[in-house]
Ligand binder design. Sequence first.
Ligand code: MN3
Length: 210
Amino acid sequence: MLATAQFKLPSLPYHYGALEPYIDSTTMYIHLNNHHAAYVTNLNKALEKYPDLQKKSLEELLTGLDKLPAEIQTAVRNNGGGHYNHSLFWTVMAPAGTTTISPALEKLLIANFGSVDAFKADFEKAALGRFGSGWVWLVKEKDGKLKIVSTANQDNTLMPGSAVSGKPILALDVWEHAYYLKYQSKRAAYAKAFWSVVNWKEVEKRINEK
Ligand code: MN3
């Protein structure tokens, strides 16, 4: 039987150079077509022997990670996480200047973090504090509270055992492959530049969806 390909690499909602000069076109191209594509291929490979699991959504696989067959848990964690995280990452960015923080979103950020600046500072701090590879998240907890947390590798806040659990709202990839070509070791500059390309409209939409 042919290998199934349930999960597919998405296309970017903008062109590779659309986030310049904050995120360069070469990084975007390699990030999607080499890194993200490999997660999709390896996720499909991990599920090859499990037709029932192929019918599940990515979110179901990640939230139920601890119930998967032991032999594929690590592969689904790393590659399913990689697929989920990158798919979200592409959609929470947009060309600079195309979206702004609405008054309603500003109110939410103030209520949860004190101010928009404090929110950004906490998020950047989490980006710098992540040793090695990982992600920084804005997460909506079950009770609606917004939290910032970082996770290692391709983990995210849907996975059982996450220090903060909830729906990922905004994601920043802090693996070196996400910024090294342009920023080299300057992760702080990359995290700051990220604010210029956040898709605030999508962030607000994700907060308001159930
Ligand atoms: Mn990445």
